[in-house]
Design a protein around this ligand. Structure first.
Ligand code: ZN
Ligand code: ZN
Length: 156
């Protein structure tokens, strides 16, 4: 399974070479400010399954409440955000689903930080929604947990 993606101007292109492990729709105020939208949709995937096909993203580090670095990789030309590396772990990325050529094929598995979601857009019926965060062991499919542990190690 391959998912081609690119920035807005096309200077950076890449593809996901596997299905994402898990997909967040994040309604936190950081995502709202950084995107200028109501939320960010992030596909969580191993870095080794993100293959650059054109250009080289630039790293922009922003601060977080936890104090750990949040690195956003952007197109150096048009500045579109392509993915995030939370905590500079290098092995697991949060790819912006909106950069995929067919973003609508990917549905969020969970909605997080709904305490700050915009009130004028209702969540779909039956959506798994969390005011802040969630228990990964409960929500992630077993296969995805195994993939995550394979790159991060257990207990992280
Ligand atoms: Zn660009
Ligand atoms: Zn967020």
């Amino acid at each position: 399974m391959r998912y081609p993606a690119s920035c807005f101007c096309g200077a950076v292109a890449f593809e996901l070479t596997a299905k994402p492990m898990f997909v967040h729709c994040c309604h936190c105020t950081d995502c709202q400010t950084q995107t200028g939208g109501a939320f960010a949709i992030n596909a969580i995937i191993e870095a080794k399954n993100v293959r650059l096909t054109r250009g080289k993203p630039r790293r922009v580090t922003v601060k977080t409440d936890s104090g750990r670095p949040h690195d956003i990789y952007r197109c150096p030309k048009c500045q579109t955000a392509l993915w995030s590396d939370y905590g500079r772990r290098k092995v697991m990325l949060f790819v912006r689903v909106a950069t995929l050529k067919r973003p609508h094929n990917i549905k969020p598995d969970v909605h997080i930080f709904t305490r700050s979601r915009v009130p004028w857009l209702p969540l779909p019926k039956g959506a798994r929604a969390f005011r802040v965060y969630y228990d990964m062991k409960k929500e992630w499919p077993t296969k995805s947990l195994a993939r995550r542990a394979a790159v991060l190690g257990k207990g992280r």
